[in-house]
Write a protein that binds this ligand. Structure first.
Ligand code: HEM
Length: 402
């Protein structure tokens, strides 16, 4: 330690940080675990602090004020302030109860055969191709199909979903250029129109749903005597579609990236396919798809040797927490059999990811089958990362299977 504070500001991150954030995060965790940014917000990197924030009922998710300032009056603001992830109780509780009905373990178990079939079909296709892009041709297809199926999104619209979702989620990065804001607003507007039609159609034809579709349950479901309004339905369905495929695409893409960078662990998984369950937890830990969260302190909170006053804006580095040596032995080493592994890629507390079980099932089947079927899987060109700080994944990951 050289006695100075590490130079870091969440609002001034650069391409080098996005390429490899972990050395910077390790230094912050050691030297400045409650790091102050120029705008008065703090950036947390220790597991215990991040977990404390997520578990406290006083830490708030509502972003009406911040998003008002950041976006002004526009579709992006309407979307992000209406989706449950940016609401607090009691509103959050009601919407969460309504959505949770679609994600019970029993409902999800029904999807396993469908997931198996989709993955087999995709693997047949890439087998014929021989050389392909892991993201476009494999990783993004399964989660997009599953969540689209659950919400009754017709096939012709599905190919557009990833660009919508990247445009909408990309606007959540700490610094957003105007052209990205414009793209985000266009995406919300177009996506809302599509969902408005879908919901209106399903409302008029409740019996027309395919088995397994959950849209109808969201339209007609009641929690605490309340139903979702059309606007709440549209924005929460957009959120579900985005949350349901973007991060899971990254789980699969990041897992492949991690295996290709760690040939010893790759061979270990080929030799012992039973490791896939702990392997998925390790992929989530070392390359968390959602790297940074945030909360507003609704009350004073004590972290390390400081009391952060009510009102402080807190950034939580999930990526840094998941590599904290106080929680994980030899944290930068990839160990596909790691136990225990209490990684928090899905966070903890009342906003814990509603799709965690689904994502784990999709990850287990997609990565497990891919590794088993193509033991020769190898890189085949230059990979490209998402140019975002909050979401970690690839836009391109060329590979060959023989
Ligand atoms: C590997 C894949 C995934 C990761 C890493 C992930 C991560 C997360 C995280 C960190 C949060 C908490 C955000 C916050 O409160 O700050 C969250 C919330 C959420 N996720 Fe996921 N997610 C994944 C997949 C999914 C899937 C497949 C779905 C649905 C189909 C989903 C639906 C949701 C919902 C609805 C919330 C909001 C919960 C609430 O606010 O109560 N996620 N996710």
């Amino acid at each position: 330690m050289d006695g100075t504070m590490p130079r870091f500001d969440i609002n001034e991150i650069d391409a080098a940080f996005i390429a490899d954030p972990y050395p910077t995060l390790a230094r912050l965790r050691r030297e400045s675990p409650v790091h102050q940014n120029a705008d008065g917000s703090v950036f947390l990197t220790r597991f215990a602090d991040v977990q404390k924030v997520y578990q406290s009922r006083d830490m708030l998710s509502d972003k009406t004020e911040e998003f008002g300032r950041k976006f002004g009056e526009c579709p992006l603001r309407t979307h992000h302030t209406t989706s449950l992830v940016f609401n607090d109780p009691p509103k959050h509780t009601v919407v969460r109860k309504l959505l949770a009905g679609a994600f019970t373990p029993r409902k999800l178990a029904e999807f396993e055969p469908l997931i198996d079939r989709i993955v087999d079909r995709l693997l047949d296709r890439v087998d014929e191709m021989g050389r392909f892009d892991m993201i476009d041709d494999f990783a993004k297809v399964l989660p997009t199909e599953i969540i689209s199926f659950m919400l009754g999104v017709p096939e012709e619209i599905r190919p557009q979903l990833r660009s919508y979702s990247l445009a909408i989620l990309g606007a959540l990065d700490p610094v957003v250029p105007q052209d990205r804001l414009d793209a985000g607003n266009r995406a919300v507007t177009e996506f809302s129109e599509v969902l408005d039609d879908l919901i209106t159609h399903r409302r008029a034809n409740p019996d027309g749903a395919a088995e397994g579709e959950v849209l109808e349950a969201l339209i007609f479901g009641e929690a605490d005597g309340t139903r979702l309004t059309q606007e709440e339905l549209i924005q929460n369905c957009i959120f579900l579609l985005n949350a349901g495929h973007e991060t899971t695409t990254s789980l699969v893409g990041n897992a492949v990236g991690t295996l290709l960078d760690n040939p010893g662990e790759h061979r270990r998984l080929i030799a012992d396919p039973g490791l896939i369950t702990t392997a998925v937890e390790e992929f989530l830990r070392v390359e968390s798809p959602l790297q940074i969260g945030n909360r507003r302190a609704g009350d004073d909170i004590e972290l390390e040797d400081r009391v952060l006053p009510k009102g402080t804006y807190i950034h939580t580095s999930i990526a840094a927490a998941n590599r904290d040596p106080a929680q994980f032995a030899d944290p930068d080493r990839v160990d596909l059999g790691r136990r225990p592994n209490r990684q928090i890629a899905f966070i903890t507390g009342i906003h814990v990811c509603l799709g965690a079980t689904l994502a784990r099932i999709e990850g287990r089947i997609a990565i497990g089958k891919l590794v088993e079927r193509f033991p020769e899987l190898a890189p085949d060109g230059t990979a490209q990362r998402l140019p975002l700080a909050r979401f970690r994944g690839f836009t391109r990951l060329p590979v060959r299977v023989r």
